[in-house]
Ligand binder design. Structure first.
Ligand code: CP
Length: 308
């Protein structure tokens, strides 16, 4: 297989295992490139990419832009807050105006689940979903699984616990799809109110006790409480959440084995994990960020229709 089976990257759900493996093999090459003194290649010299961010982002926005520039693409950036969206322009009109300027690929983050799928149906460009509400965040799942593969040499057969606010998390859903396609076992752990009612139907184990989840897993992916997506209170207080679901060093050190700690960022230090856990040698959080550039380079390169 030398190219993706899809024109867009809307969600991991649409990818085949072979697509993911191709992205990883391509990312291996780009990881080598970005660690050279000259970190740039001419692969996308004739490609123009627009980054449309209708919601805040640090890692994803900067990582995509860096990936695009490392591939020598022409890049334009769009932030909804400073655009004509605030004057009432629709999403399709906005994007068609951008495409009229001869843009080839749209990278979009949007607060509404399904926004990337909607756009792909209505405009003539490759769409990359950079996170759509509580639906999917496919490049985050790719960089997470790539980082697990890098650490363990494989993903197949590993046990991964995703801990925290599963209900509001696009990272959780994309990670579940991606890890399962690659043969990992997945568990979700959190308070009952932050676990979707039918989450077990996705084929994941469900655990409400953090210690049991940590004792089971090889890797714990600690998610942030998504307060910006919570319209009601899902637990009595942050203090109580920290007591039951916060990962601290004494809990980590009390386990029988050394598990690997991941976090997609942004971290709320002292809530889902303490600083000494986030900064410990068991955490691969900054490796995830580094791998984000290589995996996004791979996705953009392959979507631009280039063979490996
Ligand atoms: N992990 C992630 O999506 O972070 P940002 O919201 O900063 O892009």
């Amino acid at each position: 297989m030398s190219n993706l089976t899809t024109k867009h990257l809307l969600g991991i759900k649409d990818l085949q295992k072979e697509d993911i493996e191709l992205i990883f093999r391509t990312a291996d090459n780009f990881k080598e490139v970005i660690n050279r003194p000259i970190k740039k290649v001419p692969s996308l010299r004739d490609v123009t990419i627009a980054n449309l961010f209708f919601e805040n982002s640090t890692r994803t926005r900067l990582s995509f832009e860096l990936a695009e520039r490392r591939l020598s693409a022409d890049v334009i950036n769009f932030a909804a807050s400073s655009s004509s969206v605030s004057k009432g322009e629709t999403l399709i009109d906005t994007v068609n105006n951008i495409l009229a300027m001869k843009v080839d690929i749209i990278v979009m983050r949007h607060p509404n689940p399904g926004a990337a799928v909607f756009l792909a149906k209505h405009v003539d460009a490759s769409i990359v979903n950079a996170g759509d509400g509580a639906h999917e965040h496919p490049t985050q799942a790719l960089l997470d699984a790539y980082s697990i593969r890098e650490k363990f040499g494989k993903v197949d057969g590993l046990k991964v616990a995703i801990v925290g606010d599963i209900l509001h998390s696009r990272v959780a859903l994309s990670n579940i799809f991606c890890l399962q396609k690659l043969g990992a076992e997945v568990m979700v752990c959190g308070p009952e109110t932050l676990l979707p009612k039918h989450v077990a139907s996705l084929g994941v184990k469900v655990e409400k006790d953090l210690r049991k989840a940590l004792e089971w897993c090889d890797v714990a992916n600690m998610l942030r409480i998504q307060l910006e997506r919570q319209d009601i209170r899902y637990f009595p207080s942050i203090r109580e959440y920290v007591m039951r679901y916060g990962l601290n060093k004494s809990l980590l050190d009390s386990l029988d084995k050394k598990i690997t700690i991941m976090h997609p960022g942004p971290i709320n230090r002292g809530v889902e994990i303490t600083s000494d856990v986030a900064d410990s040698d068991q955490a691969i959080i900054l490796d995830q960020v580094e791998n984000g550039v290589a995996t996004r380079m791979a996705v953009l390169y392959l979507l631009a229709g280039r063979v490996e």
